[in-house]
Design a protein around this ligand. Structure first.
Ligand code: FES
Length: 174
């Protein structure tokens, strides 16, 4: 149960918002950090905390691609397929990843390491083609860079080629 394990964090998140329901996204992110995806139980619990209905939570989870409805691999690779990245080769990048990983978008490798997804613009349009892996961005990608990133992640769990993270920055306003 999120409420038992993360009481302090949940209270802190709720304290940021005059309207309780505005805390929906941070609570969903907290739930996803716990399980790797947002479980049905977590959705019901969050609905109860925020005094909204489970379908309202579900609608939000299905709207945002950064929220997962099912388990993902240790490394969730999200390739931007929007226009600016498409113009500089995101299709080629995606094809390369499909070959290297042996999976199509929406799937996870058998070893549980990599999940591949296609997503809409990730707001790094000037440095495409790009992808996000977990919280990190990788930009101006080439096939050689992708090979290095995959090898780095398998070997070290991280890669020096990352340029992020830009998601969910630490709060600096106290
Ligand atoms: S179009 Fe790819 S990051 Fe915006």
């Amino acid at each position: 149960m999120l409420r038992e394990k993360y009481k302090a964090e949940i209270d802190e998140i709720l304290s940021r918002y005059p309207l309780r329901r505005s805390a929906l996204l941070p609570l969903l992110y907290l739930a996803q950090k716990e399980e790797g995806y947002v479980t049905e139980a977590a959705m019901k619990e969050i609905a109860s905390i925020l005094k909204i209905t489970p379908p309202q939570v579900y609608e939000t989870v299905t709207f945002y691609t950064m929220l997962n409805l099912r388990p993902v691999g240790k490394f969730h690779i999200q390739v931007c397929k929007s226009l600016m990245c498409a113009l500089v080769g995101s299709d080629t990048l995606l094809g390369w990843l499909e070959v290297r990983l042996g999976i199509k978008p929406g799937n996870t490798t058998k070893d549980g390491l990599f999940t591949l997804s296609k997503v809409e613009c990730l707001a790094a349009c000037g440095t495409g083609p790009m992808m996000q892996i977990n919280d990190d961005y990788y930009e101006r990608l080439t096939e050689e860079k992708v090979d290095r990133i995959l090898a780095d992640l398998k070997r070290d769990g991280t890669s020096s080629l990352k340029s992020g993270p830009f998601m969910w920055p630490e709060r600096t306003d106290g």
